[in-house]
Design a protein around this ligand. Structure first.
Ligand SMILES: Cc1ncc(COP(=O)(O)O)c(C=O)c1O
Length: 364
């Protein structure tokens, strides 16, 4: 069956593009002896996680305990929860998981460390811990310097916890190549300061984990980094495209939608609204809109209701009639995938199967 014959709206993944994206990142990491611990928040699918492991990933990254529970079935030897896990209920689930496989968490406070230690030591299991340092995002993470060192010392004093290194996110490395290179320069110097503080105290850092998709091709210049955690690179989206960090041909995940109304002159309505595409605006580049309609690149998907996508037609693009299908590349693919129960797999435009989005909605 051709992908246009799918019941719409439907999210599909082009397996050849996915394979290429996995290959490119694996080769880059191999060439620069960087560990690859991909963030699975983008795809949330066991099948893709297994492909990443087959492409040399040293482990996986997740944001939530629920995602780690799902990804545990992937066979990954070690899963990093790159998010401060706080609270007794979550700690108990973490303790159960840590009894089955190697788990790492990143934290930035003593109160979180003590909460985890209390539950884990009571259950007789232990956990690797990374201290999160902030190199410019301003989200979580301690500043490079003595506070991060003090937290590492406290972690090592607490039963059930083992300090293993640092975690940081390069989310501020964003924009054109020039902007990304400039931001990465600042990130590199911040991270160097963070690592230097540990060297001065003779505290070894087994892991220094950083990265993101827009920064990925530039990270070999970042001193001290042992691994990167790109997520979006598997599928790419209009955000990575508008930063010039991928081509349109590298966008593997697309939504096929049907024109359901042409009643208003100059526009058509697609059956893909915010419940299919998310209403995430473009975070990069001068362009606007809610995704690229591949068959009408000059037209603009200017507005979304829950189930309606408003496409303002450009005279440069073909006219559409009710029943026509179009293909949309989403602005931000990670939350888009999270809206779908299943994703269809496509090769040479033919549907060859489907995958469950097993970790969708696992927000706890
Ligand atoms: C902590 C952390 N690591 C890695 C990533 C992956 O970044 P990207 O999706 O740009 O590859 C994210 C994305 O939000 C993140 O929050």
């Amino acid at each position: 069956m051709h992908y246009r014959e799918l019941d719409t709206p439907a999210l599909f993944v082009d397996l050849d593009i996915l394979g290429r994206n996995l290959d490119t990142m694996a080769r880059y990491c191999e060439k620069h002896t960087l560990g690859l611990r991909p963030h699975t928040k983008t795809h949330k699918m066991l099948e893709v996680a297994r492909m990443q492991l087959a492409h040399g990933a040293i482990g996986l990254t997740v944001a939530k305990v629920g995602e780690a529970e799902v990804m545990s079935a992937s066979g990954a030897t070690e899963i990093l929860i790159a998010y401060p896990v706080f609270g007794e209920k979550k700690s108990e689930r973490l303790a159960r998981l840590a009894g089955e496989r190697k788990i790492l968490v990143s934290i930035d406070s003593e109160v979180t460390a003590r909460g985890l230690s209390k539950v884990l030591s009571h259950q007789g299991v232990s956990l690797g811990v990374l201290v999160e340092v902030d190199v410019g995002v301003g989200r979580c993470g301690l500043p490079p310097g003595p506070k991060a060192v003090a937290l590492a010392r406290e972690i090592d004093r607490l039963p059930g916890l083992e300090f293993r290194g640092l975690m940081t996110f390069f989310g501020n490395v964003w924009g054109s190549l020039e902007e990304r290179e400039k931001a990465l320069g600042e990130v590199t110097s911040q991270l160097e300061q963070a690592c230097e503080a540990f060297r001065r105290e003779k505290i070894p850092l087994e892991i220094v984990s950083g990265g993101s998709t827009p920064s990925a091709p530039l990270t070999h210049g970042v001193k001290d980094l042992t691994e990167i955690r790109p997520g979006t690179y598997v599928f790419n989206d209009m955000n990575t495209y508008h930063q010039g960090s991928c081509r349109l041909d590298d966008c593997a995940a697309r939504v096929v939608a049907t024109v359901v109304s042409t009643a208003v002159p100059g526009q058509v309505i697609l059956d893909a609204g915010s419940k299919t595409l998310t209403s995430d605006p473009l975070g990069a580049g001068p362009a606007t809109g809610h995704g690229l309609v591949v068959e009408a690149p000059h037209s603009q998907l200017f507005k979304l209701n829950e189930e309606h996508g408003y496409l303002r037609l450009s005279p440069e693009d073909p006219a559409f009639k009710v029943g026509d299908t179009v293909t949309v590349i989403p602005n931000h693919v990670c939350p888009c995938v999270n809206l779908h129960d299943e994703v269809f797999t496509v090769r040479n435009e033919e549907v060859v199967g489907s995958w469950q989005v097993a970790a969708r909605g696992k927000v706890r």
